[in-house]
Design a protein around this ligand. Structure first.
Ligand code: DX5
Ligand code: ZN
Length: 225
């Protein structure tokens, strides 16, 4: 059982002209969430394996790489080799999710899948035993700073129930629109890895916001017991 709340600031919210300083400012985070966008799966472009390996060499914090790309089956293992600790890809984009999960693991990283807001939890039925993480999107992917979609709470509870039924305990991550006002509730609903982009990088002290979110999230853990 995951006993703590893990905070994963998304570098998409960082100032890219000062990326090294921004990464250093979140040294107390549990993961650094790296959003890879290809301009076709989502209507935005970000960065690829070159920047990921630069970030990996600049920090001891493990990297959680979220692939928003059209062809994860061909590309995902490259990100494991670039220094990711966890690589996740979208179920909507994968044609061979099982094969891709094991390609990531064979390349030395943990592997997980992501569900868009319109993709049901039942789509994990045949794969839940094979994943190290499930990421539930609480915004439509592509941009930081969007509003949290409330149906994510129900999906988190459904996912918790599926994991319990199968006797598996993957990390359960939530991504999009998380802030001080809703983190307790997403943790109470089952999330234990919390992505936060604008909330952390718009705060005057990034590291202090990471600690504050963790502390607020822990109240949600208590509500689960
Ligand atoms: C959205 C990305 C998110 C985003 C989160 O496509 O996957 O990780 O950066 O940003 P906030 O926390 O601002 O919604
Ligand atoms: Zn993300």
């Amino acid at each position: 059982m995951q006993e703590d709340v893990l905070i994963a600031p998304s570098v998409l919210g960082a100032d890219f002209l000062h990326l090294g300083d921004e990464v250093a400012s979140i040294a107390n985070a549990d993961f650094i969430h790296c959003d890879v966008m290809d301009g076709t799966f989502v209507p935005n472009l970000s960065f690829g394996p070159g920047i990921i390996s630069q970030i990996a060499s600049a920090t001891d914090v493990p990297l959680d790489v979220h692939l928003m790309i059209d062809n994860p089956d061909a590309e995902a293992a490259r990100y494991a080799k670039a220094g990711a600790d966890i690589v996740t890809f979208h179920m909507e984009a994968a044609r061979h999710a099982h094969r891709t999960l094991y390609a990531i693991k064979d390349a030395g990283a943990r592997a997980g899948v992501v569900l868009n807001p319109a993709t049901p939890v039942v789509s994990l039925d045949s794969i839940i035993e094979d994943v190290d993480m499930v990421l539930i999107m609480s915004v439509n992917p592509g941009f930081g700073g969007q509003k949290f979609i409330e149906t994510a709470y129900r999906k988190l509870r459904q996912l918790q129930a599926l994991c319990f039924e199968r006797g598996v305990e993957p990390l359960i991550e939530i991504d999009g629109g998380i802030n001080e006002a809703n983190i307790e509730q997403v943790v109470a609903a089952g999330a234990n890895v919390i992505v936060a982009g604008s909330c952390v990088f718009n705060a005057p002290d990034h590291g202090a916001m990471v600690d504050r979110l963790r502390e607020l999230g822990r109240k949600g853990l208590e509500r689960r017991r």
